[in-house]
Design a protein around this ligand. Sequence first.
Ligand SMILES: NC(=O)C1=CN([C@@H]2O[C@H](COP(=O)(O)OP(=O)(O)OC[C@H]3O[C@@H](n4cnc5c(N)ncnc54)[C@H](O)[C@@H]3O)[C@@H](O)[C@H]2O)[C@@H](O)CC1
Ligand SMILES: Nc1ncnc2c1ncn2[C@@H]1O[C@H](COP(=O)(O)OP(=O)(O)O)[C@@H](O)[C@H]1O
Length: 501
Amino acid sequence: MPWVLDGAGARAVDARLEAAGLLDLTMEEAGRAVADAAHAAFPHGAALLLAGGGANGGDAFVAARHLLTLGREVQVLALPSRHPLTRLNRRRWRAVGGVTRALGEAALKRAAPGAGVIVDGLLGTGFRPPLRPALAGVLAALNGTRERGVPVLAVDLPSGLTDSLATVPDGAAGADLTVTFMGLKPALLFGPAAARAGQVQLAPLRVPGDWVAAQALAAQPTDAQVAARLPVRGADAHKGVAGRVWIVGGHPGTVGAAGLAGVGALRAGAGLVTVHSAAEVPLLMPELMVHRHADLRAALLGTPASGRPDAVAVGMGLGPDAAALAREILAWGVPTVLDADALQPELAGCGHDRCVWTPHPGEAGRLLGCAAADVTRDPLAAARALHARLGGAVVLKGGPSVVAHAGGLSVSRGGHPGMASGGMGDTLSGVLAALLGQRLGAADAAVAGVRLHARAGERAAARHGYGLSASDVAQELGGAWRDLGAAGLPPHMHPRGVKFP
Ligand SMILES: NC(=O)C1=CN([C@@H]2O[C@H](COP(=O)(O)OP(=O)(O)OC[C@H]3O[C@@H](n4cnc5c(N)ncnc54)[C@H](O)[C@@H]3O)[C@@H](O)[C@H]2O)[C@@H](O)CC1
Ligand SMILES: Nc1ncnc2c1ncn2[C@@H]1O[C@H](COP(=O)(O)OP(=O)(O)O)[C@@H](O)[C@H]1O
């Protein structure tokens, strides 16, 4: 399982490695992974390595030695170091004939123009902002060189990023490729910080898996692991057992939201989907049952317990009365997705463990009483706080989304920036309700539904290009399901039925 790990977690693992006498071997492995990645991605020209004073610099010295053995011309510019392993690897570099020159802005500007790749081993997880002036000039020169076309590979983290945050501190470096160790740092996953890191490769290192798992902030499940959570439908299934889903949404001006949620639910396998609205909702698919109610609240609350659905999604374009209606639906105790207008702070404490709450950062800020920027700065912390307040499962939407549930945090894979368009979250709510209606628990539905939706977005992007509509994505849900299924168990190995489709 790929993990998400911050610097504090990595340091805790390092302490165990050090106690076991293994830290030197781990640095060797890390530096070798950097050299292999640099050689594969940027095979031509001289390699210029920049080594800082901490262990990040030690990795750069190891990488220099391996690049030399790969036949590359190698130069090293380094800051002074008191770190024992960094000093050891500087001596090893000298022992194989390597020369180290003092790093400064002028030395970097002299050496950089002819390089085929620059390896940034200046600052990793040990960086504490603000950047000291002496290094600020070096990082500015590094960024200038990169802008002039010399590629940069960052060791663990581009220098000057804060490992756990999505924001970019002043003066931070950028990279074309980042090779990170043991776990993905939050800065490499979210927001403008992730955009600074370029492509990210994870070198898991030969470290006991449970040492890393014990320190991880979050998991990032593989498609095979997601596929194992998807519902299984027996060959004798009929629409009555595939989940009766209600969509409660739509208001004059936002009627499409309810329709799109209905389409999402149908395309994610719900047996019967009914849209209940106070407004005239367009019939986006004739398979949807659409009911317009003069008094929506009275119509829904008059439903006898035996007539209630297997799952509800409430809030999409529902308008000002959404919180009151959602409160009453929550009291039914049926699996419920809460989205958009139903994401109101007064509903904290009204949920149950079969609820999935799906805020985007703006809605998350409203629920937490903070600004959206506080949410996007540290999405893992925000998702944890939302779960503490709301319970059930929480999907903090974004690229990528974070799912928080009683078992911990999970960061989704994939998706596409073209998905940043209106209605995309409405479709997701329908997908989640369909999965709840097919008897998945809230955590499984959230993890599987988010990945299914993201995979559908990837497929839609491949078909349509950049600007995607929620309808394009909904159409790809069947194919996304097939892709995830292909990553999981083959159907004949599944004991209870056939994976569908
Ligand atoms: N378990 C792991 O993840 C492993 C991590 N390793 C490396 O170890 C690194 C962490 O090493 P360290 O904890 O020694 O830290 P770093 O090497 O990332 O940073 C410490 C250095 O940065 C300087 N520094 C800190 N804040 C600064 C500021 N504001 N302005 C200027 N300079 C500043 C310090 O003076 C010190 O020289 C990781 O990023 C990774 O590259 C590897 O050695 C292999 C194992
Ligand atoms: N850059 C992106 N990368 C991946 N997924 C994205 C990106 N931008 C948006 N999405 C996805 O699109 C959806 C947007 O939801 P939301 O903002 O609620 O839309 P709406 O309210 O218009 O329906 C979320 O599922 C989110 O994860």
